[in-house]
Write a protein that binds this ligand. Structure first.
Ligand code: NAP
Length: 303
């Protein structure tokens, strides 16, 4: 079987074009420019790359962006004061605090401090609750990107047996909630596996759609998937460096072997990764519209 390689790079490009147009219209019709503030504490190189590419994408799409890069020694009250200021700033519609934070800062306190209306990551408990009851303002970016990848690749989600491996608060748990909603682009039967699951292969072998978010290189092998399944690989693992010093990445799925057996699969890199950032841009646009009291147009993106 020749698997369809689901290109997140291509699908993200389409969505970027759609957003760019919508943002230009918003500026023309309403003189409104969506604004995103990113907050980075410390000098973790990977986080710096993520924050840098968010700023670059904002610029390309016509979103105003502000970077607040703070030293690793920044204390919690200083960070909370900055968030308070951003909460009150009318130019800023979305606030993103890059995780992880240094150990001396309580992550929960920080997430709780962000105004839920500006929580474009969708991590505030208010937004988590709204998602759970099927009335989300913001869908968390990586799960939403995965759902869009499936929808735009023509994968039937309704009625499917979906097995998610990994139950983190940023990927596995919200994704499970999204895909089980009684809505278009969802309505699946969802199983979530984790370290307490006694036989992961038992579940993955019966899945129509397998979504893997563990952070373990090549964890899912060909014998763990059924013929004709769809596999979404969220994992990003750095397994070495090229001669030029660039990181060599691999996913949580043994791509070369699994692709021989399945109907469709995402690569790493170029699968889920590019989708996460466009969904952040979508949430920032949505936040700007909500702040301006503009009615949300009919939902184009997933649920
Ligand atoms: P995380 O918070 O570390 O959670 C990992 C989950 O996997 C946990 O639920 C853990 O189970 C489970 N797990 C780990 N090892 C396992 C094993 N041997 N057997 C069964 N379950 C196991 O990770 P995350 O933040 O969700 O990220 C997962 C991966 O996705 C990482 O590689 C990350 O870099 C990548 N990621 C990519 C994007 C993107 O945009 N492309 C976004 C987010 C994350 P327990 O709960 O039982 O500990």
């Amino acid at each position: 079987m020749t698997a369809q390689i689901i290109s997140g790079t291509e699908i993200a490009k389409q969505i970027r074009e759609e957003l760019k147009q919508e943002i230009a219209e918003l500026r023309q019709k309403h003189n409104l420019v969506p604004g995103l503030a990113t907050v980075l504490v410390g000098d973790d190189p990977a986080s710096q790359v993520y924050v840098g590419s968010k700023a670059k994408t904002c610029k390309a799409l016509g979103i105003y962006s502000e970077r607040h890069d703070l030293s690793a020694e920044t204390d919690e009250p200083t960070l909370l004061a900055l968030i308070d200021r951003l909460n009150k700033d009318p130019k800023i519609h979305g606030i993103l605090v890059q995780l992880p934070l240094p150990k001396h800062i309580n992550e929960t306190n920080v997430l709780l401090a962000i105004d839920p209306k500006k929580d474009v990551d969708g991590f505030h408990p208010v937004n988590v609750g709204k998602l759970m009851i099927g009335e989300p303002d913001y869908l968390p970016c990586t799960p939403h990107g995965i759902q869009e990848l499936l929808i735009r690749s023509g994968v039937k989600i309704s009625g499917a047996e979906v097995v998610i491996v990994g139950r983190s608060n940023i990927v596995g748990k919200p994704l499970a909630n999204m895909l089980l909603q009684k809505k278009a682009g969802a309505n699946a039967t969802v199983t979530v596996c984790h370290t307490g699951t006694s036989d992961i292969a038992f579940h993955t072998r019966r899945a129509d759609i397998i979504i893997v978010a563990l952070g373990k290189p090549k964890f899912i092998t060909a014998d763990m998937v059924k013929e004709g399944a769809v596999v979404i690989d969220v994992g990003v693992n750095r397994i070495g460096k090229t001669a030029e010093g660039k990181a060599i990445l691999c996913g949580d799925v043994d791509f070369d072997a699994v692709k021989e057996k399945v109907k469709a699969i995402t690569p790493v890199p170029g699968g889920v990764g590019p989708m996460t950032i466009v969904m952040l841009m979508l949430n920032t646009l949505k936040a700007a519209k909500m702040a301006a009291g503009l009615a949300q147009e009919e939902v184009k993106y997933g649920i």
